[in-house]
Write a protein of this length. Structure first.
Length: 178
């Protein structure tokens, strides 16, 4: 069991720990081709969504904790997930990720989630650098990363194998001092 549950919020969104019953809400977005078009996973089966939630619950109990995958709530409904993971404790590097149900795209939700996670990463996790990648075709995600003050460092060639072949990814980062 996670002794220190994380809860982050602002006027627009809340981020909270997942619970075992959240798999259905996860499945509502993770089963959509549109939502996971640029990901190496999905669209999820019901079993895939259950396994994701179980992995997140297990990760929350690890010591030291490396993975903070949190449910995005808007008006009491789970509409996505935001995650910050500690990639390197010694060098204080974290990785940011998010996914939002397509019905909520264009409302600034991913931007607010990214802001909350970046602040959490620097303030609570003691990170020095937070990075994120996105498919070079994912213009919406690139805009989110730029809006939250991340710097585009370049392109990672054939970085991930996804459904339609090798994906080039843009690499973004933000430093504690930025």
């Amino acid at each position: 069991m996670n002794d220190h549950p994380i809860f982050l919020s602002n006027e627009k969104v809340s981020l909270r720990e997942f619970t075992s019953i959240d798999w259905e809400a996860v499945h509502a977005y993770a089963s959509l081709e549109e939502a996971c078009r640029y990901q190496p996973w999905g669209p999820n089966t019901m079993e895939d969504s259950k396994v994701f939630v179980e992995q997140v619950l297990q990760a929350a109990c690890q010591q030291p904790r490396k993975r903070y995958a949190l449910a995005i709530e808007v008006n009491g409904s789970i509409i996505g997930a935001g995650e910050i993971s500690v990639e390197d404790f010694q060098h204080q590097v974290g990785e940011l990720a998010y996914i939002v149900h397509p019905a909520y795209w264009g409302q600034g939700i991913a931007t607010e989630v990214a802001r909350l996670l970046i602040e959490f990463g620097f303030r609570e996790l003691g990170l020095h650098r937070i990075q994120a990648t996105c498919d070079q075709r994912n213009i919406g995600s690139a805009k989110v990363l730029e809006k939250v003050g991340m710097t585009k460092e370049g392109r990672l060639r054939e970085h991930l194998l996804i459904k339609d072949g090798w994906r080039d990814s843009y690499l973004y980062s933000i430093l504690e001092s930025d």
